[in-house]
Design a protein around this ligand. Structure first.
Ligand SMILES: [Cu+2]
Length: 592
């Protein structure tokens, strides 16, 4: 790694590297990495990310948690479209680690995608891995997070992708840009929570708070001092880069007495539209413009998020709030009341189970579909897939008492197949022709036993278990219908596809009708994204072009459902041309 690997386009002005000295709890030598680059026209961060343990206090509970560089949330990555990132991750904790760069297309660089046992073996204690990839055709906000077990509860941070230098946004330049990253806080150790749940077969304990930029805010015990405050000036436009990094909860978000303009989702521009409330699922990002009031309003405003919850299990129904505060100009400061005495308004958010709001909101999202930012929706389809997504059960083993439904173990599945994680990485197995005994290449393209998916659920809720994948030739045009089921209750599932963006060409309630519903597909300006909510008791249709060779994970971004098996992977074969092939694996790729 080094100078020669960096982009040499004259468009880049300068590359600067963050140098830092960091420490960790291990009795190892202090690592200090300082690298300086001078280059043409670009801003690009080269970071050495050290995974470490850190004490953090929230809600009067102090615990040690795994962080990157001692920060919670973790450090920001800022780059421009076209930049290459080299991110050296060193693991100084006892847990195995891997980091996923959520939403980054990873064209031909699947080795850097990050999901453990899918594209790489985990980084073991004391080891390092350099994630090496280039950002192509994306601008907006994404995020990085751990992709192993539930470690992403504390290992996450923003990825900010600025347009190429000299290229403006397709909207007026904002006065300031602010990342707003939602998370979930557990007083207990999330690793212990999921390990216990997997042992008993029951549902895991829910979080104790939601957080905005790591802070729960004043509506929780002992937490007023841990409140995110956004200080703004009157008459300005702010770009809020919203990220849902929560583990298990879709969120409604709003700012009292203010309207938001949605301009970008999942690092793709959309046709702007105004809304008082946003819906953002785990794995989704949304850029919004916030226009402040022309004059100081003599009030403060809560910016709050609550869960959107459709399932039958218990959930964290608490409210996270930050505060939007207007700054006084020098002129007004004497004549006005002090900020503490100002009235504080709360946003009106929808009911926690407002599925019609969810459907209405998501149907407003449209691609820009302009000459500069076209929506390249596949117009013809080579392969069609119909996947049911939902919950199910696995039998309890003998001599055990299980806490799942009727003494079984909770499971989740796609086409009734609950994915079993391999013990070696799928991408290596595929690339080196060693898939025998690691995975089966025949994933069911539709349910083996069709039923009334959203009607009365079948009596038998048992899933099958296996490690099956879909294999696609390079450049296959794919249409995928994802159908929620009512097994153990209809529920919204935010499905995330690695390695691709897809177009959301249709959605609806009830069972998908293959004769009627495709007539209403939007093939002109559907939203393009990497994570979509399968509507509770409904279906969603997506299309994507399989133009990125590799092995690509697809899973529910409610982490508990992923733990239960709501996941699978696509193998995209190499194309014929040299630039259609997966690059060779890097020398430092971790071994299992
Ligand atoms: Cu799910």
């Amino acid at each position: 790694m080094g100078f020669s690997l960096l982009p040499s386009s004259p468009a880049f002005l300068a590359v600067f590297l963050l140098s830092f000295v960091t420490w960790c709890l291990h009795p190892e030598p202090i690592l200090a990495i300082t690298r300086h680059y001078k280059f043409d026209v670009c801003v690009m961060f080269f970071r050495s990310n050290i995974v470490m343990l850190q004490n953090v206090t929230r809600l009067c509970h102090t615990k040690s948690m795994v962080t990157v560089n001692g920060k919670f949330p973790g450090p920001r990555i800022v780059a421009r479209e076209g930049d290459r990132l080299l991110i050296k991750v060193t693991n100084h904790v006892q847990n195995n680690i891997s980091i996923h760069w959520h939403g980054i297309r990873q064209l031909r660089s699947g080795w850097a995608d990050g999901p453990a046992y899918i594209t790489q073996c985990p980084i073991k204690t004391g080891q390092s891995y350099v994630y090496n990839y280039t950002i192509v055709g994306q601008r907006g906000t994404l995020f990085w997070h751990a992709h192993i077990s539930w470690l992403r509860s504390s290992l996450y941070g923003p990825i900010i992708i600025l347009p190429k230098l000299g290229t403006p946004y397709p909207f007026a330049k904002p006065y300031k840009e602010v990342p707003i990253i939602f998370g979930e806080w557990f007083n207990a150790d999330p690793e212990a929570i999921i390990n216990q749940a997997m042992q008993t077969g029951g549902g895991p304990n829910v979080s104790d708070a939601y957080t905005i930029n790591g802070l729960p805010g004043p509506l929780y015990n002992c937490s007023a001092k841990d409140t995110f405050k956004l200080k703004v000036k009157p008459g300005k436009t702010y770009l809020l880069r919203m990220i849902n990094a929560a583990l298990n909860d879709e969120l409604f978000f709003g700012i009292a007495n203010h309207t938001l303009t949605v301009v970008d989702v999942d690092a793709i521009y959309v046709k702007p539209f105004d809304t008082d409330t946003l819906l953002i699922t785990p794995g989704q990002t949304t850029n919004v413009l916030l226009k402040t009031k022309p004059h100081h309003p003599n009030a403060n405003f809560f910016m709050s998020a609550i869960p959107y919850m459709t399932g039958q299990g218990t959930f964290d129904n608490s409210t996270v709030s930050g505060i939007l505060e207007y700054e006084y100009s020098h002129k007004t400061i004497q004549s006005s009341r002090s900020p503490k005495k100002l009235p504080l308004y709360k946003p009106n958010l929808p009911p926690l189970n407002d599925t019609s709001f969810a459907a209405n909101f998501t149907s407003k999202l449209r691609s820009l579909a302009s000459a500069e930012f076209p929506a390249n929706v596949p117009q013809k389809v080579d392969r069609q897939f119909f996947f049911t997504v939902g919950l199910g059960t696995n039998p309890c083993s003998k001599n055990q008492t299980c806490k799942g439904p009727n003494g079984t173990r909770f499971a989740a599945s796609i086409n009734n197949l609950s994915f079993v994680m391999p013990t070696t990485a799928l991408l290596q197995a595929h690339h080196f022709g060693q898939s025998n005994g690691v995975y089966n290449p025949i994933f069911p393209i539709s349910p083996l036993i069709p039923f009334n998916y959203t009607g009365t659920p079948p009596n038998n809720t048992m899933v099958r278990n296996g490690t099956k994948l879909v294999v696609l030739p390079f450049n296959t045009s794919v249409e995928l219908i994802m159908q929620d089921t009512s097994i153990l209750g209809a529920e919204s599932h935010p499905l995330h596809l690695h390695g691709f963006n897809f177009f959301v060409v249709g959605q609806g309630f009830g069972n998908f009708d293959p004769k009627k519903d495709p007539k209403n597909f939007n093939l002109a300006d559907p939203v393009e994204r990497n994570t979509v909510g399968v509507p509770s008791g409904g279906w969603v249709a997506i299309r994507f072009l399989a133009d990125n060779p590799g092995v690509w994970f697809m899973h529910c971004h409610l982490e508990v459902h992923t733990s239960w098996g709501l996941k699978m992977a696509w193998v995209v074969l190499d194309g014929k041309l040299p630039n259609q092939k997966l690059l060779p694996p890097p020398a430092d790729l971790p071994k299992c």
